[in-house]
Write a protein that binds this ligand. Structure first.
Ligand SMILES: *Cc1c(COP(=O)(O)O)cnc(C)c1O
Length: 304
């Protein structure tokens, strides 16, 4: 499969110049980079794939939950770039496979199911040694795909044409994407990371990755913790209504785990008067749309 990647378009949602609103809001459609390897997961994989090739690896191994965007993207990327892929999946096998794993399998990924206790220790020497015994040599990409090369890749979300906004918004899972965006901006504007998990560990995580990549001097960022909706993959009907309405009005689909919460949060902040009048805000659509099918299958057809 030849891989064709697209330059993400920028779409205007609100326009303060035309007097339609107090702020200008644009969306960078990273979800359009590739139909299968979309959004921030492509950014995070890019240099890891190069590194794996350089080191002469033939197999990529990673970890994830059964609905993981990272598992899905890695399986598609592995196929496109000629690697074998192994997905170590948290918990037991459930048949028939859900839409995420069904796709990943079709892309050629093999699965190894890991009980939750072992999974918690997944990055430990002993668990990795066992996986090597079982599968032979592999290039390891951590859960969620965040490592130093991922942050280098995510920094490329910021290009010269998108470096003149006042605010840059992205969802935070591991915080790797936010760290990349902060790096790419080199101090310009302000980055808002919308936490999609409960707790306030993202500040620490982002600082950790900035330090690791020698960017600890950059402090033009903030983590917004008010829009997690109870935790990872938790939701309520207000969020669902918002996502459906947003799609109807803008033709932009959002996923319920990441981009939906970020966009809900951006509108929440607008309402609260967080952004000064005339601010230019860029929302980064990090992708994740593959998750919608699995979400609807689990919870009923909530998302149109
Ligand atoms: C994985 C993911 C994120 C989170 O990215 P991190 O780098 O882990 O913070 C955000 N949005 C989407 C759509 C994702 O799939």
């Amino acid at each position: 499969m030849p891989i064709q990647l697209h330059e993400p378009p920028i779409q205007s949602i609100l326009d303060s110049v035309k007097g339609e609103s107090k702020i200008t809001l644009h969306v960078k459609r990273e979800d359009k980079i590739h139909p299968l390897i979309s959004g921030n997961k492509w950014r995070k994989l890019k240099y890891n794939l190069e590194e794996a090739k350089k080191l002469n690896h033939h197999t990529l191994l990673t970890f994830g939950g059964a609905y993981s965007n990272h598992i899905h993207a890695l399986a598609a990327a592995a196929r496109g770039f000629g690697f074998k892929s192994i997905g170590v999946i948290r918990g037991e096998e459930h048949l028939p496979l859900n839409p995420t794993l069904n796709d990943a399998k079709a892309f050629g990924m093999s699965f190894h199911y890991m009980d939750r206790a072992t999974y918690r220790e997944k990055h430990s020497e002993s668990v990795l040694a066992k996986l090597k015994e079982q599968f032979g040599e592999f290039y390891l990409i951590p859960e969620g795909g965040t490592n130093e090369l991922a942050i280098k890749g995510a920094s490329e979300i910021i290009t010269p044409i998108v470096n003149d906004y006042d605010y840059y918004c992205c969802p935070c899972g591991t915080g790797g994407t936010a760290a990349g965006v902060i790096s790419g901006l080199k101090g310009l504007g302000k980055v808002l990371g919308f936490s999609v998990l409960k707790g306030d560990f993202h500040k620490k995580e982002i600082s950790y990755w900035l330090t690791k990549t020698n960017k600890q001097n950059l402090n033009n960022w903030e983590v917004i913790t008010d829009y997690h909706f109870g935790g990872y993959a938790k939701y309520d009907l207000e969020l669902i209504d918002f996502i459906n309405k947003f799609k109807k009005e803008t033709q932009i689909p959002l996923d319920p785990v990441y981009t939906g919460k970020m966009m809900f949060g951006i509108y929440g902040l607008i309402e609260k008067g967080y952004f000064p009048t005339g601010s230019r805000v860029l929302a980064i659509h990090t992708g994740g749309l593959q998750g919608i099918n699995g979400f609807n299958e689990r919870f009923g057809i909530l998302l149109t």
